[in-house]
Design a binder for this molecule. Structure first.
Ligand SMILES: *Cc1c(COP(=O)(O)O)cnc(C)c1O
Length: 479
């Protein structure tokens, strides 16, 4: 990989950029997403050696494939201080439990905020601190959350010098635990803005503000959403880890079933597979908001209007326009940015686009995608089943994947990715089981803590005004 310019935009309208530039910039100025000009490959020899690595060493090996402009010593320091047993509950970081010899759960949610978002976000916090410290720059992070990104981001960025976080959340659309967890963060660099609207509107506002190049530059706007490439690379690691834990040799294959919303998690799995990890199928599991499922079934991508997004018992997946989907389409077009731009013009004009029959074949056969949607009742049933038969508690997102995994039985073992701890969704667990699983002591009384949040309209101008006001009142610490 060339050190100077390995990343390009999916829309082809900006100059190539380095990993560090891409991490700080987030969304490309042409409205596209940054992707590597070439997806790196893993040789059979590397794969053989990687099997025996501990999580931090495996992380270094994977990330080195994507990062050419941070020296090895610094990269090791950032990774070693991030992925610790203290922070993630065990030195395995992402332990695997096999429920049967055909079905496993990869535990991704043992980090500080009990959601898999911690894995990428804790790394992003360390990375930002390093990059900003080295360059003397500062950053106003503008993020949108459907529930878990917000907490994970605030936990990773609270009290960090040179960083301020503006986190947009859909007011009243998250679980009480999720809302309390995020709004109770008391750090003067963390600003919660609850919008009277849904997640897609929040995400659109983030994108619109990012498209205003002058404003973005004036206020040093960055992002922690999975449109930020730096997050995705950290998620590639646990696919390797999960694969090695489930197999004894690299001739075996496994499939992964992933509860999907913004398609970041599953896209990381796609990257791992394209790099050469022996993955059979990548199963996209949705809830009732089934835009991605519809795409994998029909080749037609037809996001719903904000008013058509349902509030479900798996709120972190209540998303209609999955940002990272554009990265998949870029890959499907073999890196042809003009073709991606054409699809997104169709989307703007007609509200949908379709891929060709050959495109559908490649998505299914060459990329290995399978999909399924779940209903509330199926998730409730999955939670009951997993508890009754295996004694495990599933949160309603992991339950969505569990329900779909059972339906799309494959020739290879299936690994369901656990994306959150059930304690974050007590109402649904109570509905399914008649009782709620015990809550970790540090979250006792969470809902009773003081909350720090402003409720505002779901409009770009309202959010922009908040950014301007807060920045004029108080410059970022250390700036
Ligand atoms: C964010 C989230 C998802 C969706 O992940 P994407 O990467 O956006 O597809 C699923 N489950 C939980 C619990 C989440 O927090």
């Amino acid at each position: 990989m060339s050190a100077r310019a390995p990343y390009v935009s999916t829309r082809g309208g900006v100059a190539p950029a380095s990993f560090s530039e891409v991490a700080l910039e987030g969304l490309a100025a042409d409205g596209g997403l940054y992707v590597p000009a070439h997806i790196p490959e893993v040789t059979a020899q590397e794969l053989g050696a990687w099997r025996y690595l501990e999580y931090p060493a495996l992380c270094r090996a994977v990330l080195a494939k994507f990062i050419a402009d941070i020296d090895a010593k610094t990269l090791s320091r950032l990774i070693d201080t991030t992925y610790t047993a203290t922070r993630f509950g065990s030195s395995e970081i992402t332990p695997l439990s096999m429920l049967t010899d055909r079905l496993g759960i990869l535990h991704l949610s043992n980090g500080p905020t009990l959601a898999f978002k911690d894995i990428a976000m804790q790394w992003l916090g360390a990375l930002f601190e390093h990059l900003l410290g080295a360059s003397g720059k500062r950053l106003n992070i503008l993020g949108a959350t459907s529930g878990d990104t917000g907490s994970a981001a605030l936990s990773a960025m609270a009290n960090k010098a040179r960083i301020r976080v503006f986190m947009l959340s859909p007011y009243g659309k998250m679980s009480p635990f999720q809302a309390a967890q995020m709004y109770s963060v008391d750090s003067d660099n963390c600003i919660n803005l609850a919008l009277r609207g849904v997640f897609d509107e929040a995400q659109d506002i983030v994108k619109e503000i990012n498209r205003d190049a002058a404003f973005k530059a004036d206020y040093a706007i960055g992002t922690v959403n999975s449109i930020n490439w730096a997050r995705l690379v950290a998620q590639v690691v646990y696919y390797f880890k999960g694969y090695f834990a489930a197999t004894t040799s690299n001739v075996e294959r496994v499939s992964f079933c992933v509860p999907s919303g913004n398609f970041g998690n599953l896209y990381a799995g796609h990257l791992a597979r394209r790099m050469g990890l022996p993955v059979a199928k990548l199963v996209c599991a949705t809830n009732e908001n089934d835009v991605l499922h519809e795409f994998f079934q029909t080749g037609r991508y037809r996001p719903r209007a904000a008013s058509g997004v349902l509030a479900t018992s798996s709120p972190s997946m209540d998303i209609s326009r999955a940002s990272n989907f554009e990265r998949l389409i870029f890959d499907l077009h073999d890196g042809d940015a003009a073709a991606v731009s054409r699809d997104w013009s169709l989307l703007a004009e007609h509200g949908e686009f379709s891929v060709s029959a050959e495109g559908r074949r490649r998505v299914a056969e060459d990329f290995g995608f399978v999909s399924g949607a779940s209903t509330h009742l199926e998730r409730i049933e999955a939670i009951r089943y997993a508890h009754r038969h295996f004694g495990v508690f599933l949160d309603p997102h992991t339950a969505a994947a569990f329900a779909v995994a059972k339906r799309v039985a494959q020739a290879t073992p299936m690994i369901v990715l656990e994306t959150a701890q059930p304690t974050k969704f007590e109402a649904t667990l109570g509905e399914a089981l008649g009782f709620v699983p015990p809550r970790p002591a540090r979250f006792e009384g969470l809902e009773g803590r003081a909350q720090h949040v402003s409720v505002i309209d779901a409009s770009t101008s309202a959010v922009r005004a908040e950014i301007v006001r807060r920045c004029s009142e108080c410059p970022i610490r250390g700036a």
